[in-house]
Write a protein that binds this ligand. Sequence first.
Ligand SMILES: Nc1ncnc2c1ncn2[C@@H]1O[C@H](COP(=O)(O)OP(=O)(O)O)[C@@H](O)[C@H]1O
Ligand SMILES: [Mg+2]
Length: 430
Amino acid sequence: MIMSAPVEREGSPLAPAQASPPAPRRKGTLLIVDDEEGPRLSLKLIFKDDYEVLLAEDGPSAIQLAQEHRIDVAILDIRMAGMSGIEVLERLKYVDPGIEVVMMTAFETTDTIRQAMRLRACDYINKPFDLATVRAAVANAMQRRTLEGEFHNNAERLQELLNELQNQKIEEQMAQTRGEIYASIIHDINGPLTVISGFVQLMNQRIGNASRLEVEDLEFIKDRLKTITRQVTNCIEISRRYLSFLRRRADDAPRVGVNQLLTDLHHLVRVHPSKQQNEFVIRPLLQDIAVRMNGTDLIQVLLNLAVNGFQCSAQPHLVEIEAAVLAAALDLRTFKDGPQERFLNVENFANTAPLLKLSVRDTGPGIPPEVLPRIFQPYFTTKSGRQGTGLGLNIVQRLVREAQAALHVRTDPGQGTCFTVYLPAVYLPD
Ligand SMILES: Nc1ncnc2c1ncn2[C@@H]1O[C@H](COP(=O)(O)OP(=O)(O)O)[C@@H](O)[C@H]1O
Ligand SMILES: [Mg+2]
C-alpha cells in the first residue's frame, strides 16, 4: 500500500491544509481501521495532536471500539482481509448512526463506492492520498458530526422549552381558578358587611343626637346588635376559612372540613357560566370529616370535574357530587384500566382508612373508548376553542397526585360518567 509520508515538525501539530474547514472546538475521537500496519500508524501520526485516535486492525475490533467509545469519525479501508470495509461500515452505522465514515479506496469499481455512499459513508479518498486531502476529509467529517450533535442538542433544548411553556400555562390556569375561588369567598364577606353597615346606619338614625334613650329605643338597638354580632361572627368565620385555604405547606396543611368545602363549592357552581339549565345536586356527609389537603386545591379538583360534567352535553342533564366516608382501605386489585375505566395514581396513593370518597357524576353522553386514554393529556380537548383548554383534567391529576389521593373514572357511553376521588381523611373531634 502506498501513501505519502506526512511531514511534521517536532513538537508542533501540522498546520492545517489551506482547503480544510476550521478544526472543531471539542477534541473529537477518530477511529482508524486498516489491516495494514503502515497506513494505520501514519494516519495516527497525522491526527494524534488534533483528535483522540483509536486504532483497529480488523472489522470486529473496530465494532467493539465503537461500542465502548463515542466515535465521531472513522477512516475505514474498504479492502480488508476478513470482514470487508463495506460490512464494517454497515455495522458501525448500526452501533451509532451518527458516526461519520470516510472510506479509503484503491482500485475499487464505482459500484463498490456507490454502495458505500448508499450506506451513508460521508466521503472517500483514493489511495495513495496526499496529506491535504486526508486532513480536509477528516476535518469535514468532524464538522458534520459536531453540527449533527448541535442540531440534536437544539432539538432537545426546544423540547425542554416547550415543556416549560406547558407547565407555565398549567400554573396560569390553576392560578386563575384559585382567583375565582378567592373572589367568591370575598364576595361572601360582602353580604354580611352590607347587613352590618345598613344596621349601623339605622341605629344612628334612630338615636341621632338624643341625649337619653327610651325603652323602645333600647329594645330596638339590642335587637339590631344581635344581628350585627351574628354577621360579624360570619365575617370572622369566612376570613378564617380564607386564611386556612391560603396555607400551602403539606406539613401544616389545614384540616379542611369537607362539608364546609362543599357549601363553598355550591356557592361557586351556582353562579358558574357552565351550569346553565343543568341540575346540580350536592350530597354532603352525614358526619363531617377533614382532609389534609389545601382547601382551594380540593375545590379546584371538584370544580373542574363539575364543569366537565356540565359541558359534556348541550341537553339539560344532571351533575351530582356525593361525599362518603369509607372505614376501610380500598382493595386496589378490583380497579383495572379498561375501555370504560381508568384508575390514576395507584402507585402514590396513601391507601389508609378512613378515606373520603368524592364522586362527581353526570348523566351526559359518556366518553368514547378511543377518547378515554387521552383525556388526562395536557391540551387534549374535544371542545370548541372557547369552551376547552384541555387542561382541566391534567390539573385534577396533578392535584390528586400532590395530595397522595387516587382518581377513578368510569364511563358508560349513552348513560354518563363518574369521576371519583379517594382521599386520606381524618375524623374530626366531636
Ligand atoms: N364528564 C365528561 N363527560 C364526557 N367527556 C368528558 C368528561 N370529562 C372530560 N371529558 C373529555 O375529556 C376532555 C378533556 O377534559 P379537560 O382536561 O377538562 O379539558 P377541556 O374540558 O378543556 O376539554 C374533554 O374535552 C372531554 O372530551
Ligand atoms: Mg375541563
